[in-house]
Write a new protein. Structure first.
Length: 390
């Protein structure tokens, strides 16, 4: 189907958003049929040799294809006004997979962002070199107070957490207000998460400073991993981010000076200081590290208009799919009414069934979606048809 082979691929998040919202069981089955392209309309049934005519039984104007059913059939025109669908001129520009199956194509700019992450991963595989740790370590080693313990705070931050395509993380190392070694760093590579950013900050801090270190972080994940260092260092880290954990273990074992990693409360308030949950000293340090980490995350290029378009595409996809499901529900409802009113299968009754579909389908919407009333003329036709079929 046209659009499915797009270089940038399918926007999975938009396409399955309605599916993931757990619709009612009857709508869920219809929605799966829409997305999979397995809706059994008259044209498809005719092609399979199951019916005599591909003609739309609701308007009788042309073959009942997916395009005709969802967008062209005049019988469902009133339904289209009930949904906030884009203008017809916009819908006409969509590929067939969007118009017929509610499958939306990814933004080409998202592919560019993925390529940028790939480039970051390729140039940052050597973490010490990427962050110039050896140069900084040599600079610190030449200081006269090399044996004095250094207190510092580390933190990680992640922006656009709600969408993996745009999630970007950064790390921060805070020595003190205005300190020349304060660092804001991007988290390079494909894996963008707050935990990895927290861990990277500790790794780089250890690699940059040969002094005895008192590292304070609000990451329990990092603190627990370091505390259990002796239990996994010989076999290597078996969980997430093994590259960073094994690099940290190697750095800690090769150091002459001691490194302590302790937990402090993150995003502390004044009340936390008053109640002894943290200190003024640690609050300032953690706040400083957090600001640096946020700045590091912002070093990634994720234009706001790309994120906005993705949100809009998701909303449109859900609306289009809800509309398609409603058309199919209404169509099934009309067919069920016709089956109840016409039990004979003669050609005459088939004609009457088609007329019935065309005249009352929209008026007989399910109560759960719209209220409806039958006028005297339509009710009279029903009575006539019932009488003729008996």
């Amino acid at each position: 189907m046209h659009g499915m082979q797009a270089v940038q691929g399918i926007d999975d998040r938009a396409t399955v958003a309605l599916l993931n919202s757990k619709p009612p069981p009857d709508e869920l089955g219809l929605l799966r049929g829409v997305i999979s392209g397995s809706v059994r309309l008259q044209k498809r049934l005719h092609d399979a040799g199951l019916v005599d005519s591909p003609m739309c039984p609701f308007c009788g104007e042309c073959d009942e294809t997916l395009q005709h059913c969802f967008w062209d059939c005049p019988q469902w025109s009133s339904l289209r006004t009930q949904f906030d669908l884009p203008a017809p001129s916009v819908c006409e520009l969509w590929p067939a997979c969007s118009r017929q199956c509610g499958i939306f194509v990814e933004d080409a700019e998202v592919l560019v962002l993925k390529e940028e992450l790939a480039h970051e991963a390729s140039v940052s595989h050597d973490i010490p070199s990427f962050f110039k740790c050896a140069e900084t370590c040599s600079e610190v080693a030449n200081l006269h107070d090399i044996h004095q313990e250094q207190v510092l705070w580390t933190d990680g931050a992640c922006a656009n957490n709600q969408d993996q395509r745009f999630r970007r993380a950064g790390s921060g190392i805070f020595y003190g207000a205005g300190h020349h070694m304060n660092a804001s760093m991007i988290l390079p590579g494909y894996v963008q998460s707050n935990q990895r950013a927290e861990l990277l900050a500790v790794v780089v801090a250890c690699l940059r400073v040969p002094r005895p270190l008192d590292i304070r972080t609000d990451s329990e994940y990092v603190c627990n991993g370091v505390a259990a260092l002796s239990s996994w260092t010989e076999t290597g880290w078996k969980g997430d981010h093994p590259d960073l954990w094994n690099l940290l273990a190697s750095s800690l074992h090769s150091r002459v000076s001691e490194v302590r990693v302790s937990w402090v409360k993150g995003h502390a308030k004044r009340v936390d200081i008053a109640r002894g949950r943290t200190t003024e000293y640690d609050k300032k340090g953690n706040d400083g590290a957090d600001a640096l980490a946020v700045a590091g995350a912002r070093m990634h290029r994720v234009p706001e208009d790309i994120v906005r378009r993705a949100c809009e595409r998701k909303a449109v996809a859900k609306c289009v799919q809800k509309y398609m499901v409603t058309v199919l529900k209404t169509r099934l409802h009309a067919e069920a009414i016709a089956a109840d009113l016409i039990s004979d299968s003669t050609d005459t009754c088939a004609v009457l069934r088609a007329r019935l579909h065309a005249e009352i389908a929209v008026d007989l919407l399910p109560d759960s979606m719209y209220t409806y009333t039958l006028d005297d003329e339509v009710s009279g036709r029903e009575r006539d048809i019932v009488c003729d079929s008996q």
